[in-house]
Write a protein of this length. Structure first.
Length: 170
């Protein structure tokens, strides 16, 4: 009888793990086709704070954002509503349109799954709400490179966001 009691106590002690409150993840900011890094910390059970950044040589630019995530579940795991501020500047392949946020408010809905040993997968879809786009008309009448750039009217509006990150939670 005693070995059975001891076995039950050991299993109960193993299941009462401390919650994972900090996550570091890497992934892709899918809209900008750029690698990203993100650090998230949950000081309270249903609230976490995060900072992240992304950059791309292909699209000639960078982005950074900071925000809060609200969760109906606990700590880093489960569905979330993300409210953030983002700054970025991307120029598509060094030519044509430039997208710029300085700083832009945004929202995202997503889900984070944290495996009990710490593997973390997180993804979401959202919108940045004040993205400026400036297009340029390029004149190729000379050589193979543009000889002049004429700015068009700037445009402001929402830009979709998508992200998928994989990392580790402690």
């Amino acid at each position: 009888m005693t070995p059975l009691l001891f076995s039950l106590m050991v299993h109960a002690a193993q299941s009462a793990e401390a919650p994972k409150k900090t996550g570091l993840s890497f992934g892709a900011a899918i809209v900008a086709v750029s690698p990203s890094i993100e650090l998230e910390y949950a000081p309270l059970e249903h609230l976490s704070l995060y900072v992240g950044g992304d950059g791309s040589a292909l699209l000639n630019g960078f982005g950074a954002q900071a925000g809060v995530r609200l969760r109906p579940t606990s700590w880093l795991s489960g569905p979330f509503l993300d409210v953030h501020l983002r700054v970025s500047r991307y120029q598509w392949f060094g030519l044509g349109s430039t997208f710029e946020e300085k700083p832009s408010p945004g929202v995202m809905l997503g889900y984070t799954w944290v495996e009990r040993h710490g593997l973390m997968v997180s993804g979401g879809l959202g919108l940045s709400l004040a993205v400026w786009r400036t297009s340029r008309e390029l004149d190729f009448s000379g050589l193979l490179s543009p000889t002049s750039q004429k700015p068009f009217e700037p445009w402001a509006g929402p830009l979709p966001e998508a992200r998928l990150n994989v990392g580790w939670a402690i």
